[in-house]
Design a protein around this ligand. Structure first.
Ligand SMILES: Cc1cc2nc3c(=O)[nH]c(=O)nc-3n(C[C@H](O)[C@H](O)[C@H](O)COP(=O)(O)OP(=O)(O)OC[C@H]3O[C@@H](n4cnc5c(N)ncnc54)[C@H](O)[C@@H]3O)c2cc1C
Length: 143
């Protein structure tokens, strides 16, 4: 999710990475004691006292109509990011540029983690939300 975290993990000698591996079972009586993992070389068990489930980095945007353009990872494109090779999408019929947080559908705005290129921090998401409201007002006022 963040490159600095990936780099930090790579630098930390007491962190063991198990690439291409899934947790398939949590084992224990009244608390977690071990994890069963499934990796490229089959299943195996490791002792574990805790498990951190890292969720929230994949955008859930498959339900959006195709008219709302997304990048290859599903993040919603907006503003200047709508330009591909310098050109706005053909579906963009407005005479003006899209507002900073405006999607490929005029008057539809995106804010927060789900936006392509967003900072992935709470403060940014909240700030973008309030800016999107201002753009909505501008849109409704006919700017
Ligand atoms: C493990 C982890 C650690 C993090 N640590 C930090 C940190 O220390 N500091 C920091 O600033 N940021 C941190 N972040 C990032 C921070 O959580 C996000 O930047 C922030 O929550 C983004 O807010 P958001 O409103 O854009 O999205 P979200 O908080 O993800 O909110 C989106 C909401 O929309 C809902 N939703 C999704 N699809 C639909 C739908 N179809 N209909 C209705 N509702 C829907 C979801 O259920 C969710 O409630 C962390 C993120 C993760 C995953």
């Amino acid at each position: 999710m963040s490159k600095y975290l990936i780099d930090e993990i790579a630098r930390t000698s007491n962190v063991v990475l198990e690439p291409l591996t899934q947790v398939v079972e949590a084992i224990g009586e009244d608390h977690l004691e071990a994890l069963r993992l499934s990796g490229p070389n089959g299943e195996y068990q490791v002792p574990a006292g805790s498990l951190f489930v890292f969720i929230g980095a994949v955008p859930g945007t498959k339900w959006l109509p195709e008219s709302i353009l997304r990048d290859e990872n599903g993040f919603v494109l907006a503003g200047p990011d709508l330009r591909a090779k310098g050109k706005l999408p053909e579906s963009w019929k407005e005479q003006r540029e899209p507002f900073l947080l405006e999607t490929s559908v005029p008057g539809v705005f995106v804010a927060g983690d789900v936006r392509h290129g967003s900072v992935k921090r709470v403060a940014s998401a909240v700030g973008e939300g309030s800016i999107a409201v201002q753009f909505a007002h501008q849109y409704l006022a006919g700017f």
